[in-house]
Design a protein around this ligand. Structure first.
Ligand SMILES: [Zn+2]
Length: 480
């Protein structure tokens, strides 16, 4: 905890991206925080008595970022699956080894992921928690989220059972009664499950539980080989598509599904890095644009990627523009103007998230009356921080998590001078190391290594008519 408890905090003289409805930008702007709320946003504000001033000169003040889909428990295996496809991910977690995770392993992954969020300026994170095999696992997940001063939404799931099974259990009901309270904007709640497209629609029972509990459903939709238009159609025909639904990926879908999502007011969580590497389908912002479907951003899982929305913004811009160029080239056209702007992805990383989560009255922009979730991007040691000309472009393409100088959540400073405040990182490290040791022991060293380094398919090197015959061209790089 910082020494600013109970004292007003004034962010002074930064470039303020308010992300309000008009996307107002203030040069040399100030943001005043009193208690847990933003009380004033303007220029040359008067500092109240006792205020702590944070010099934002040369920096960008923006709302805390919001990640609408992350399997936080998987952070315990950071980067293990860097070379996986989605198939390998499914085999590892769903079929073979996911059930090895004990409550303490869920805790370890969640704790590290939650700390990582704060460090990167992600002030609200949806924990798409589909490793909750028992209510004890769920308690461990929430224990970790509550141990870190960030804002979280627990998406309750369990890949070891059908959602119609776990959602009907007494343990689930009891957990919700004990740990979740409506109106707690530090810990929200969703139900997290997928709809396979089985014509019998067994997921219907789980949707009915969600309706009875009055909680949103988040679902991986349009995932190549796993979920498709049938799932969307079943949800729609049975009346379970609402504005509160979040459709994660929504990649491998036809126009018909996008029409249904748009017509019922739902939003899509794009996890572009995931879609590009794992194979859910091409990141779909270009299609969502044509259907006017709202978008938020997410990182999916740190078994591949880090919980860093700067990279989400960057890859989303790249993927969208790449697609538009390729489509145009296929028609013999040249793209001369971009549809997708840096401003859009900054909006998706902030307001897009708050709207998707139904939290827009509380967070997502820097406006008087909102909860104080604030990020200051500033790094006087970095040659990348100037000139500061196009602030959205600067956030999306120039800044990185190491440039996050100050992070405030709910009025509390959790990172200052590029250092986390009041976080016991060594304890988080010990917990994660214990989980890794346990998993290696449970799987056996050989299986552990084999899981990390899947086989590489053979690359057929093309015949090259220009190759010199007396030169040993090519390395062993692409050969097994
Ligand atoms: Zn996911």
């Amino acid at each position: 905890m910082s020494d600013t408890d109970d004292r007003p905090v004034l962010f002074r003289n930064g470039l303020v991206l308010t992300m309000d409805d008009a996307h107002t930008i203030l040069q040399g702007g100030d943001v005043l925080v009193t208690g847990d709320r933003i009380t004033e946003v303007g220029v040359s504000l008067t500092a109240p008595e006792q205020a702590v001033e944070i010099d934002a000169t040369g920096g960008i003040i923006m709302p805390g970022m919001i990640d609408t889909h992350r399997h936080m428990w998987q952070t315990a295996m950071r980067a293990y699956g860097a070379d996986w496809t989605l198939t390998q991910y499914f085999v590892w977690y769903y079929l073979e080894s996911g059930k090895l995770f004990r409550p303490e392993d869920i805790y370890a992954g969640n704790l590290l992921s939650a700390i990582e969020s704060l460090e990167a300026g992600v002030t609200t994170t949806v924990d798409w928690s589909h490793g909750l095999q028992t209510p004890q696992h769920a308690d461990a997940a929430v224990d970790a989220l509550e141990a870190v001063p960030g804002r979280f939404v627990l998406g309750y799931g369990n890949i070891q059972q059908g959602p119609w099974e776990w959602s009907a259990s007494d343990g689930f009901r009891d957990f919700v009664n004990r740990r979740i309270s409506a109106g707690n904007d530090m810990l929200g709640f969703q139900m997290a499950f997928d709809v396979t497209g089985d014509p019998a629609f067994p997921e219907k029972a789980a949707f009915e539980v969600a309706r009875e509990l009055d909680v949103p459903v988040t679902t991986h939709a349009g995932v190549w080989g796993a979920t498709n238009d049938d799932g969307i159609r079943l949800m729609h025909e049975n009346g379970f598509m609402t504005p509160r639904n979040i459709y994660v990926h929504a990649a491998t879908l036809t126009h018909d599904s996008y029409h249904r999502i748009a017509a019922t007011g739902g939003s899509v969580s794009l996890a572009t890095e995931s879609e590009q590497s794992a194979g859910q389908g091409y990141p779909t912002s270009h299609a969502l644009r044509e259907h006017d479907i709202p978008i938020s951003l997410s990182m999916d899982t740190s078994v591949w990627w880090s919980g860093d929305l700067f990279s989400a913004m960057r890859t989303t811009l790249g993927a969208d523009r790449s697609r538009v160029h390729l489509d145009a080239h296929a028609r013999g056209d040249t793209v001369t103007q971009h549809y997708l702007r840096a401003e859009h992805v900054v909006d998706w990383a902030t307001r897009g998230g708050s709207k998707a989560l139904g939290m827009d009255a509380a967070v997502g922009s820097l406006e008087a009356g909102k909860k104080a979730d604030i990020v200051l991007i500033k790094n006087d040691d970095s040659p990348v921080m100037f000139p500061l000309l196009n602030p959205y472009g600067h956030v999306a393409f120039q800044a990185q998590r190491g440039d996050v100088d100050t992070v405030m959540v709910n009025g509390r400073i959790v990172k200052r001078d590029r250092k986390l405040v009041g976080v016991d990182l060594p304890a988080a490290r010990r917990d994660v190391e214990a989980t890794v040791d346990y998993l290696i022991g449970a799987m056996g060293r050989e299986a552990w290594e084999k899981g990390m380094y899947p086989d590489i398919p053979e690359t057929k090197i093309q015949e090259n008519p220009y190759t010199y015959t007396d030169w040993d061209s090519g390395s062993a790089q692409w050969k097994q």
